[in-house]
Design a binder for this molecule. Structure first.
Ligand code: FDA
Length: 282
């Protein structure tokens, strides 16, 4: 196993469906829900995008057959957004339909800000037909408060995160403190909405602020969920479950892991130093 594969394994469940199912079973056993992500992005061939959609439908069937607690998360550039909006609409529509038939849910991940408007427009189109589709909002973007109000107003479930992509000052807060402040403001709007939204972070301050706001406003622990990524802050994941909070873990798997892995490295400079130290030392 190469050194990078070794480190990537900390953040991904494995390269195969079987490994992902095993990871889900383990997390379910610890009282956690999961969302499965088949790794991949910026697909430029129609055939590849269709094949990926088929793999998502296959995993939805597996979830049903194995009776495991998992929904799916996907990226629109994996599903042909770079080819055309209409192609992507049809391709993802098949997955949402397959999930609907199985009483399951599809989360549309959010990518860089160049894609935000088109992603949300597609989410609104699917939401006209289906109630089992939700999306993600990034607190780093200036536009997010408007988007949160609009999505929530239409009853669309939101996963709130800080944002993993490098964004220009024209679109996003550049200071971490401002991203965090906005996260807390948006979290309050989500919790007040009465819709089952998700607060996705490993940041103990954001988690504490969410808990405090919920307690002060008598919002029950079953009215929202926390979400974290596979392999990050495992202690925090278990602690929240032990305190009766809802916890969902994002479980990525597949062979196209490099862009995902790279974003995880960028989030924490210690990760980069750790990998570099081992590469230079080997
Ligand atoms: P922050 O980056 O401030 O980290 C807080 C603490 O968490 C760190 O001090 C460290 O202890 C720990 N930590 C965070 N990242 C770590 C890492 N990579 N390795 C080790 N420790 C780490 N983004 C996006 O743009 N679109 C999306 O669709 C999603 N989807 C998504 C789903 C879920 C379930 C989660 C939890 C996150 C996402 N994200 C995302 C990623 C998100 O935007 C953000 O980049 C990361 O969650 C890191 O931000 P934190 O909120 O954890 O805070």
């Amino acid at each position: 196993m190469g050194i990078l594969t070794f480190f990537a394994k900390r953040f991904i469940a494995g390269e195969t469906k079987q490994e992902a199912v095993e990871a889900v079973k383990k997390l379910n056993g610890m009282g956690m829900r999961t969302t499965l992500d088949i790794l991949g992005e910026n697909v430029s061939s129609e055939q590849m995008a269709v094949d990926l959609a088929d793999r998502y439908i296959d995993i939805l069937k597996t979830i049903e057959k194995m009776n495991i607690d998992a929904n799916v998360s996907l990226k629109l550039t994996q599903m042909g957004l770079d080819i055309s909006d209409d192609f992507c609409y049809e391709n993802v529509g098949k997955i949402i339909e397959a999930a609907k038939q199985r009483d399951n849910f599809v989360r549309i991940d959010m990518e860089g800000s160049d894609y935000t408007e088109r992603t949300l427009n597609l989410v609104y189109r699917w939401a006209e037909k289906y109630d089992n589709v939700g999306t993600v909002i990034q607190s780093m973007l200036y536009r997010s408060e408007d988007d949160v109000r609009k999505l929530s107003g239409r009853g669309i479930k939101i996963r709130l995160c800080k944002g993993a992509y490098k964004e220009p000052a024209s679109a996003a807060f550049q200071k971490k403190a401002r991203v965090n402040e906005n996260f807390i403001e948006l979290m309050k709007i989500l919790l007040d909405s009465g819709i089952f939204h998700s607060v996705a972070t490993h940041d103990n301050d954001m988690i504490a602020a969410t808990r405090k706001y919920a307690e002060e406003n008598n919002i029950g622990r079953d009215k929202f969920e926390f979400q974290m990524l596979y392999g990050i802050n495992r202690f925090g994941q278990k602690k929240l479950v032990s305190e009766n909070y809802r916890m969902l873990v994002y479980v990525p798997y597949g062979t196209h892991w490099f862009p995902y892995f790279y974003r995880r490295l960028r989030e924490r400079k210690e990760n980069v130093f750790f990998v570099l130290k081992h590469i230079l030392g080997s």
